[in-house]
Design a protein around this ligand. Structure first.
Ligand code: SAH
Length: 224
């Protein structure tokens, strides 16, 4: 993991990040690698510059293609719940702005990420490359996972699924964990953590309510 200093990441942003880290700690995030990663990744670069003032508030925010960058608490919570050793392979569904992927990378994971909207696939690459965030990105349908690099020790879904996609379960390593918000579109969803106990056995845990944009099927129209 070798992040590059960015000319638009100024001391005041670093100060705002320290405050955000303290806020997340007060909300119960205690994993040092998560806190350190949030302290390192310049979230303001993932928003259009006119919205910079909102970058270090603990809130979700609109990005392109009618999508949202997840709330920092949600990013931290999902990342903390993965609890895997550095070097583990983690697949993210829903690259969006690329922020969650950057946090996972800064935590020392080998990161793979899928996005169904071409605009966001391109946008996230433009931000991640100059930061030195080196991950494998694909334009595709997250319902199918990313078979070519499976199995994964962790799969983190950042869009709300109506139920648990079978392909994602099959791409987990034994002992691997899937974090996924499950529930209907437009309502709150329940975060699930599913651990693969053996080839056929999965253990499921509910971790509280969250609100995500929907996980939609197939690559978005006009994107191919
Ligand atoms: N992780 C993102 C949050 C993005 S919001 C971030 O840190 O900014 C959810 C994203 O999931 C959106 O970009 C949306 O286009 C994408 N998405 C929805 N359904 C998908 C699917 N089936 N496959 C891949 N991406 C999907």
């Amino acid at each position: 993991m070798n992040l590059q200093a960015h000319p638009d990441d100024l001391p005041r942003h670093q100060g705002q990040r320290r405050q955000l880290v303290e806020l997340l700690q007060s909300k119960g995030i205690s994993d040092e690698r998560v806190l350190e990663a949030i302290g390192l990744i310049p979230r303001h670069l993932f928003l259009d510059s006119s919205f910079e003032a909102f970058a270090y508030k603990d809130a979700a925010f609109p990005i392109r293609a009618s999508q949202t960058i997840s709330q920092p608490y949600t990013v931290a919570f999902q990342s903390q719940m993965l609890a895997l050793p550095p070097g583990s392979k983690v697949l993210e569904i829903g690259t969006g702005s690329g922020y969650q992927a950057a946090v996972l990378f800064a935590m020392g994971y080998k990161v793979y990420s899928i996005e169904r909207q071409k605009e966001l696939f391109d946008f996230s690459q433009r931000i991640l490359l100059p930061l030195g965030v080196n991950i494998t990105q694909r334009l595709g349908d997250g319902y199918k996972g990313m078979e070519s690099f499976a199995p994964y020790e962790g799969i983190l879904v950042t869009a709300a699924a109506p139920d648990i996609p079978k392909a994602l379960l099959s791409q987990l390593s034994i002992g691997g964990k899937l974090l996924i918000p499950v529930g209907p579109e437009g309502e709150e969803q329940v975060m699930h953590r599913i651990v693969r106990k053996s080839e056929k056995e999965f253990e499921r845990q509910s971790l509280g309510n969250f609100r995500f944009v929907p996980m939609l099927e197939k690559v978005a129209k006009g994107n191919l």
